[in-house]
Design a binder for this molecule. Structure first.
Ligand code: TRP
Length: 340
């Protein structure tokens, strides 16, 4: 938008997204997010951050947080994000995130933050620690996005409300001063956007599910994956067919379709006609193992080379800062802060 007039080079549209380092990544992150990030890389200028500051809104064990932050960065690469092409960085390495968040806090209503369903959920879940950071969490997220003038933000369905708030904050600021921020669009994947829990198919598969049988982690061994799929709940009935009353088998079929590279439900139904759950689960387990194994192997290799991983996130942060500091400088000037 405004930057176009200052930069004659044709620019690619910008994508920014991030994940919290709150636990190891799981199959849903790979299918619902990482897989798409990889395809965006050709046509967009991509920024992928590990949002460690967001993780602090819930009490963390410091050593664990430090380890998991690097785990998630390594997993981005293992999933196919190319650090030569996209900026992979750690949120706290770019101090502009916290700085812009402060300014945006002054452009966000108490009422707006109170209406966020994630805040309501998390403050119930963590009722012993309802801190102000949890309340302004979506403002920090808005800052992540607006710093890079992101056009598109790939997120899960559960983050749609935060994106809407980001858009409102951007428009409010632009209206009050002058066009400053690009107003971002959410990208919410349709198919496979929601891989469901293996134990409760009405619930999204989550990396923080207390029941570890519900979730396939990307570091799970082949045997662990097979055991979890074997134990996955199924519906009453015995056939491999999709129907609204049978969410469990529908979820497993969706997973099968994705990990086999898009086999249609009609084909799956035909291939498994006359066969039962046991046979289907074995085929599914084989397919998931084949899908996850190369990612796990790449992850273990990348994660073992800490100096190289460190170099990658430092480069990423440098690239990110070049963009972020430009936006922040503009904002500071517009709101009337004395130049430093
Ligand atoms: N809130 C997001 C989640 O929990 C993570 C996140 C933080 C994010 N900042 C972001 C996602 C910016 C996209 C863009 O999933």
């Amino acid at each position: 938008m405004t930057t176009e007039t200052q930069n004659p080079k044709p620019q690619k549209p910008v994508i920014l997204s991030g994940m919290q380092p709150t636990s190891g990544l799981m199959l849903g992150n790979l299918i619902g997010a990482l897989r798409n990030w990889v395809t965006f890389q050709q046509n967009y200028d991509c920024y992928f951050c590990v949002v460690d500051l967001h993780a602090l809104t819930v009490r963390q064990v410091p050593a664990e947080l430090r380890k998991r932050t690097l785990d998630v960065a390594a997993m981005y690469i293992a999933g196919g994000v190319d650090p030569e092409q996209s900026a992979i960085f750690i949120q706290s390495h770019v101090p502009e995130h916290a700085e812009l968040a402060w300014i945006l806090n002054t452009f966000t209503g108490m009422g707006e933050c109170s209406r966020m369903t994630q805040f309501k959920d998390k403050s119930t879940q963590h009722s012993d620690n309802v801190n102000v950071g949890l309340f302004t969490y979506p403002v920090l997220m808005a800052s992540d996005i607006l710093l890079y003038q992101a056009n598109v933000v790939p997120v899960g369905e559960d983050q749609k409300q935060h994106l809407e708030l980001t858009r409102n904050i951007a428009e409010r600021f632009n209206y009050h001063y002058s066009p400053t921020f690009t107003v971002p669009e959410p990208f919410i994947p349709e198919q496979g956007g929601r891989i469901m829990s293996l134990q409760e198919p009405q619930k999204k598969m989550s990396k923080s599910d207390p029941n570890t049988n519900a979730t396939i982690f990307l570091v799970d061994s082949d045997d662990q994956i097979r055991a979890k799929i074997k134990r996955a709940v199924t519906d009453s009935g015995t056939t491999i067919q999709r129907s609204p009353e049978r969410p469990a088998i529908g979820n497993l079929m969706e997973m099968f379709s994705i990990v086999t590279g898009g086999q249609s439900f009609a084909d799956i139904e035909r291939d498994f006609e006359g066969k039962g759950y046991a046979e289907f689960k074995i085929a599914l387990a084989d397919a998931v193992v084949d899908y996850v194994r190369p990612v796990r192997e790449r992850f273990l290799k990348i994660r073992a080379d800490v100096p190289e991983l460190t170099r990658i996130v430092q480069n990423g942060a440098e690239k990110a800062r070049r963009t972020a500091s430009k936006t922040l400088r503009k904002v500071y000037k517009k709101v009337g802060l004395v130049e430093r």
